[in-house]
Design a protein around this ligand. Structure first.
Ligand code: SAM
Length: 203
């Protein structure tokens, strides 16, 4: 019989590959069909300011793969340090960098180094800056109490270790810091056939 710990480790490995593949595909080929909203259509649906979308690089908008709009509640102020967990092609981080201005800083963290390169290139194309660190939300590559605001959009649902992610978020937040997360939750227990399907989990 398969050890449940080995089975989970193997599912996690497959899931990681599928997550990297799926969001890389959205970034490289945004015109393809996906079974989730993405790009400008999604951003407009979630209430992103159209003027900000017009100012953002086309690639960051077309590759947007969030599930909501964390800026509606984040209230980011000039000079703040912001972490965008799972920053993808960078749209949320770029908007955050406009809000913090040059006296603040925005750090993205993403599992996929090529998403990090894309996000930084998109930011540079608009004349703003964000630093993206390759890393895992379950082990955030930032020091304790270093961040004023954590934003995240459509990412935490992808983790096998959601409690660990929340612990990490609170570790990096300064005392009195804030978080604004938009994500997917299910009100009912998902069937094993869904839970064990990396394509469904990854999307
Ligand atoms: C659904 S996309 C969302 C991207 C971005 N937040 C947006 O709104 O467009 C998920 C992103 O999270 C990253 N990601 C997935 N699992 C991760 C993990 N364990 N740690 C860090 N990033 C992760 C993926 O590589 C991908 O870029």
């Amino acid at each position: 019989m398969t050890d449940p710990i080995d089975a989970q480790a193997s599912l996690e490995g497959v899931l990681k590959d599928e997550i990297i593949r799926m969001y890389q595909e959205v970034a490289d080929n945004p015109e393809a069909d996906f079974h989730f909203y993405h790009g400008r259509e999604a951003a407009e649906l979630f209430g992103y300011d159209r003027a900000l979308l017009a100012r953002a690089p086309a690639g960051a908008v077309s590759s947007f793969a969030g599930v909501g709009n964390p800026h509606l509640r984040a209230n980011i102020q000039e000079g703040e340090a912001v972490l965008d967990l799972g920053s993808g092609a960078g749209l949320d981080a770029i908007i955050a960098s406009w809000e913090t201005g040059p006296s603040g800083r925005v750090v993205g963290v993403d599992l996929n180094p090529s998403m990090c390169h894309k996000a930084q290139a998109h930011a540079a194309a608009t004349g703003t800056e964000m630093e993206c660190r390759e890393g895992k939300m379950e082990d955030i590559p930032l020091s304790d109490s270093s961040i004023d605001v954590v934003i995240s959009n459509g990412v935490i649902n992808l983790s096998f270790q959601k409690r660990r992610v929340v612990e990490e978020v609170f570790r990096v937040l300064k005392p009195g810091g804030r978080l604004s997360i938009t994500d997917i939750v299910s009100g009912k227990q998902l069937s094993q056939s869904i839970v064990n399907d990396p394509k469904l989990w990854a999307s």
